[in-house]
Design a protein around this ligand. Structure first.
Ligand SMILES: Cc1cc2nc3c(=O)[nH]c(=O)nc-3n(C[C@H](O)[C@H](O)[C@H](O)COP(=O)(O)OP(=O)(O)OC[C@H]3O[C@@H](n4cnc5c(N)ncnc54)[C@H](O)[C@@H]3O)c2cc1C
Length: 266
């Protein structure tokens, strides 16, 4: 019989666009930076799930402020010519403090692209724009076991999930990064077995995952990262009999492509 405490909830939020100013910059590991934004627009920001994302709007080269979407009569982003389009990428709200009105985003410093470049040179006082989250998939914490799998881009979401899992929760985590300096401490009250693997060796991730026995009871698997990895993880787990309803695999980026996001399903 389905357990009431394991119902996954989809929550919609009214679409809001906000500006926020950089008020703190914390380098993390060798290839991440956690940036805290503050500002009156951020009051009332809501993020209900570790799986949420915001659209982050970056200034065009030579401009101080990001171009923000204009809304049409239906309250949806209006179409604008390509040259005038906002520059936007998806990021996880890593932490939001409603009392201080502070939003943390952790950026992977992968080198290329407006997001990674901006974050590498961020300065106190600079302004970015934020859209959403438009919706949240609230995945209960009460499962008998949790598997979390991802590359560097998924570390903010996985870090947030680990922070919210209660004491006694059973979690297994597989994370891929290339630089050992990026193996960050991930605080959690859960009983968590956290394994770090090199990102350049995809085979090591699939082999490690294949060696995990699927525990008894009700579990949930959440995986995100580069498209090829997210797809292969999903295929492996479906082939091993994991129920589709208990498996979420999301492509957070795609090698050689800009701003690619895809939830993997059939
Ligand atoms: C729901 C969701 C949540 C996300 N949360 C975060 C987050 O919290 N922090 C975060 O850093 N990213 C996160 N991402 C991933 C991020 O949106 C992409 O990595 C995005 O492409 C980065 O934009 P960019 O301007 O740096 O690079 P782009 O201009 O998009 O891409 C430029 C080049 O860099 C490559 N590239 C893009 N991302 C990476 C990467 N991570 N590693 C190596 N090469 C890359 C592209 O393939 C392309 O060749 C999230 C994505 C989604 C869909």
């Amino acid at each position: 019989m389905a357990r009431d405490d394991l119902v996954i909830e989809r929550v919609r939020h009214p679409l809001r666009f906000r500006l926020g100013q950089v008020c703190a910059i914390h380098p993390r590991g060798a290839h991440w930076v956690r940036i805290t934004f503050r500002g009156p627009d951020l009051v009332g920001f809501v993020s209900a799930s570790f799986d949420d994302h915001v659209k982050v709007f970056f200034p065009a080269p030579g401009e101080a402020l990001p171009r923000m979407p204009q809304l049409d009569a239906d309250g949806l982003p209006a179409r604008v010519p390509e040259a005038a389009r906002p520059i936007a990428r998806d990021y996880t709200p890593r932490r939001f403090d409603p009392v201080r009105g502070e939003l943390d985003i952790e950026f992977v410093l992968h080198g290329d692209g407006p997001g990674a470049r901006w974050a590498a040179h961020a300065r106190i006082g600079q302004t970015l724009g934020f859209g959403g989250p438009r919706g949240s998939l609230v995945i209960p914490t009460g499962y008998d076991w949790h598997w979390l799998i991802g590359d560097a881009s998924a570390l903010p979401a996985i870090g947030r999930r680990l922070e919210m899992l209660p004491s006694g929760a059973q979690a297994r985590v597989l994370l891929t990064v290339d630089d050992p300096a990026d193996r960050l401490a991930l605080p959690t009250a859960a009983q968590a077995d956290i394994r770090w693997l090199p990102a350049t060796d995809g085979g090591a991730l699939y082999a490690a995952l294949a060696s995990w026995e699927i525990p008894p009871g009700e579990g949930y698997v959440w995986a995100a990262g580069e498209l090829t990895m997210a797809r292969a993880v999903r295929q492996q787990l479906l082939a091993r009999g994991i129920d589709k309803q208990r498996l979420r695999a999301v492509s957070y980026w795609q090698r050689g492509e800009t701003a690619r996001h895809q939830t993997l399903d059939d």
